[in-house]
Design a protein around this ligand. Structure first.
Ligand code: GLY
Length: 304
């Protein structure tokens, strides 16, 4: 043993990510599995290099924001006026500090902007709309909103404009990550483009603390799915509370998604607790997920 070994040395890091809960077709299975696997490995790399859970979840979510197969960052759905409005939330379970960004339209990686807000002294926890755009400019991570639009989503928007089916042939999903680091700290990150052809200014659950994500000293949670339902139940906080009351993370994830189904909502959730136990559950046909357990085992999948 070297002299700088801490009392936390025996804690093994854990990370789980999701890439959205919906009826992912077989034709897109591989791209989703590749996307979540790349993201979980990137986050885990930070954890094994003694980095923080906060850095790990941010890195994992950036990976998925950069992958247009997901509804986050580049390739997100456009709103009814034909531009992206992105939402993101990052939360540190050790301090309860958080950064939330809603309806930002000029930022490629809203999770980075959310992290910057978390790190700012004396700042608000949440910035939306024009304020979020201005913050992206101030932090010099703004981009031309047109650079966030890909042909697939431009076509979807044109269909919406003509009153045609915007859910065909395929949609895409919100992304998120939760992690436990070597110090025993937990963190959560979630990022989304929201729903296709949404009203300007519509916020879903993703940037709302306790709905799209939550992290405490005991558990970290990230949600995906029908945002309005997750907001009604404060789904991420509910899962955290259940884990704090003694539910294993898997049971908490299942219980929350069953409650979402009870109010005719749908979606999925990922959880991790301070013991490094993970959970995931979804009511949709599929959800892309990947995790690396405390034993260092990588698992990815899209079926329950
Ligand atoms: N769950 C993402 C959203 O509803 O915007």
């Amino acid at each position: 043993m070297t002299s700088n070994h801490s009392s936390h040395e025996s804690i093994k890091p854990v990370i789980i990510v999701h890439g959205g809960a919906w009826s992912i077709p077989d034709s897109l299975k591989l791209r989703h599995l590749n996307g979540v696997t790349k993201a979980v490995k990137a986050g885990y790399q930070i954890l094994v290099e003694h980095g923080s859970a906060l850095d790990a979840v941010e890195r994992a979510v950036v990976c998925m924001e950069e992958d247009p197969i997901f509804d986050a960052g580049v390739g997100s759905f456009l709103n009814e006026e034909g531009y992206v409005e992105l939402d993101a939330l990052i939360m540190d379970g050790n301090t309860l500090n958080a950064g939330a960004i809603g309806a930002v339209s000029n930022c490629r990686n809203p999770i980075i902007l959310a992290r910057m807000l978390l790190e700012e002294d004396n700042s608000p926890i949440m910035l939306v709309g024009q304020g979020a755009d201005k913050f992206a400019e101030k932090m010099k991570i703004n981009t031309d909103p047109k650079d966030l639009i890909i042909p697939r989503e431009q076509k979807r928007w044109e269909k919406g404009n003509k009153g045609e089916d915007i859910f065909s042939p395929n949609t895409s999903g919100t992304v998120g990550a939760v992690a436990l680091d070597e110090k025993g700290h937990l963190a959560s990150a979630t990022s989304t483009g929201g729903s296709p052809y949404k009203m300007v200014g519509r916020l879903g659950d993703s940037p709302i603390i306790g709905s799209g994500g939550y992290a405490s000293e005991v558990a970290a949670v990230s949600s995906t799915g029908h945002g309005e339902s997750f907001m009604k139940l404060n789904a991420a906080k509910l899962a955290t509370d259940l884990i704090e009351q003694g539910y294993p993370p898997q049971d908490a994830a299942k219980a929350v998604i069953e409650k979402i189904s009870d109010i005719n909502g749908y979606g999925g959730i990922i959880t991790v607790d301070r013991l490094g136990r993970i959970g995931y559950f979804f009511s949709t046909t599929r959800m892309a997920y990947a995790y690396i357990s405390k034993e260092g085992k990588l698992v990815s999948g899209i079926d329950m």
